[in-house]
Design a protein around this ligand. Structure first.
Ligand code: 4AD
Ligand code: MG
Length: 432
């Protein structure tokens, strides 16, 4: 049978002859009938084999197990009980790949599913998440290209840190040990704005995070942007518009997948139309105290619990700005009105999902950068290429980074970031 001319299950919507191809998602049978739920990337279809039609092949049909791949030719007929409104009466079939004792059955532990991630990818929930994830990546490219940004790429092997030396993955680089995997493209992006002005990337970033939380991966996909001549306020606006665009696209394209994930879409709809909540760090402390009874000493970074309490107050993301200088990275520029705080922002997703974007204006003053590098234990000599950006025609500029899995976790309403990526990498897991 020719599988190439098969109809996608989601398009099998008229009575008559049809060819379908896919995998056995569920099966049950009796002495007279066999019912198979056939799965392809687009949906599920009940297929019915009647023993009267297949007497000589009944043993093979009877033995057909979950995840067998096959092509069927059949007659579609309306069936109110079927999720697609149709079922297929099988006329002929061909088994393409056998499957025996597929290891994943009902009610297995999270650990077991993680060990068998390569097989778990076939589940309805992973399929739904992966489709939403694909929409998110597409929407990011669409947004930046629509805004006139160039796609640009930094190296992944880097010899300087940008987001904290303790979270670097060292690579054995032909015996040299001062090479790390990229935490961010940022220092290389700041060099490139002098050529391209408006740039973005979507690329893996690596963090040797020792924390076992529901929002940290050691390898994640990082969508970053950097713009010359623009202010901190301008990149905050870009961040808000980018997130609105992503959520809008998912709501347009992935209603079915959101339903499979049992996501309450009324939690996402406000994000598209309503302005995000903006407040300074100092205002956030006041809100935390007055509305949540949480006291944070000025100067301390916001922890997960505080971010959670804060974001639960609103149904759109909170953009928190003007953090104390000492809790933020060396490149964030000082607020000209108050040198104790920086023009930096964190976008915090609702429902306790927490930080999804981090960004800032970039410090223009070479001496200040040098001082802050030394304060954080770095050797400014290693940063010559970066400091050169401030030596030759420096311009005001700003940028941000968005954690794609954090955004997918929020949009899908997932408990853990591990379920927002096909093969999660964490402190404890790097297989399969
Ligand atoms: O806030 P971060 O560390 O900022 C930067 O890396 C900047 N250099 C970005 C820039 O301005 N170009 O990271 C940015 C985002 C965070 O807001 C978070 O969404 C995500 O990256 N992120 C992680 N996602 C998953 N696992 C981790 N361990 C993450 N660490 C950061
Ligand atoms: Mg951050």
């Amino acid at each position: 049978m020719d599988a190439k001319g098969a109809t996608a299950i989601k398009d099998a919507k008229s009575e008559g002859e049809v060819v379908l191809r896919g995998w056995v998602h569920r099966e049950r049978g009796s002495n007279k009938m066999k019912f198979i739920t056939l799965r392809d990337s687009t949906g599920l279809m009940q297929c019915v084999f009647s023993r009267d039609d297949f007497e000589g092949r009944w043993e093979e049909i009877d033995m057909m197990q979950v995840e067998t791949s096959l092509v069927i030719r059949g007659t579609l007929r309306r069936d109110e009980r079927s999720p697609t409104g149709f079922e297929a009466a099988v006329v002929d079939y061909e088994i393409i790949g056998k499957s025996k004792n597929f290891p994943i059955t009902k009610d297995q532990s999270i650990e077991f599913l993680a060990d068998n991630r390569h097989l778990w990818l076939r589940s309805r929930k992973m399929n739904a998440m992966l489709k939403i994830r694909s929409t998110v990546f597409g929407a990011i490219h669409e947004y930046f290209r629509g805004e006139g940004f160039h796609e640009y790429h930094s190296p992944i092997f880097q010899a300087v840190q940008c987001e904290g030396g303790s979270e670097l993955f060292t690579v054995d680089y032909f015996g040299k040990k001062d090479v790390f995997l990229a935490q961010t493209w940022q220092l290389y992006a700041e060099a490139a704005i002098f050529s391209l002005e408006k740039i973005y990337t979507v690329s893996p970033s690596f963090r040797a995070e020792k924390s076992k939380t529901s929002r940290h991966l050691t390898e994640y996909w990082h969508a970053e942007m950097e713009v010359a001549w623009d202010s901190f306020e301008a990149i905050v606006d870009h961040g808000e518009r980018l997130l609105k665009h992503i959520v809008k696209r998912v709501l347009e394209e992935n209603r079915e997948e959101l339903a499979v994930l049992e996501r309450d879409v009324s939690k996402l709809e406000p994000v598209v139309g309503r302005p995000f909540v903006r407040m300074t760090y100092t205002e956030a402390l006041k809100v935390l105290k007055e509305k949540c009874g949480i006291d944070v000493e000025w100067g301390k970074d916001l922890r997960t619990v505080e971010e959670e309490a804060l974001t639960k107050l609103y149904d759109v993301p909170v953009i928190c700005t003007h953090y104390p200088k000492k809790v933020k990275a060396f490149y964030m520029t000082e607020d000209p009105e108050n040198p104790d705080v920086v023009l930096g922002c964190d976008f915090l997703a609702p429902e306790g999902h927490g930080e999804i974007i981090g960004g800032s204006g970039r410090e223009p003053d070479i001496e200040k950068i040098r001082e802050r590098l030394i304060e954080s234990g770095e050797d400014p000599g290693q940063y010559k290429f970066y400091l050169d950006t401030r030596r030759y025609g420096s311009v005001p500029h700003a940028g941000f980074g968005l954690g794609v899995e954090r955004v997918v976790k929020w949009i899908c309403g997932l408990e853990s970031i591990k379920d927002a990526i096909p093969f999660p990498r964490t402190m404890e897991r790097y297989r399969p």
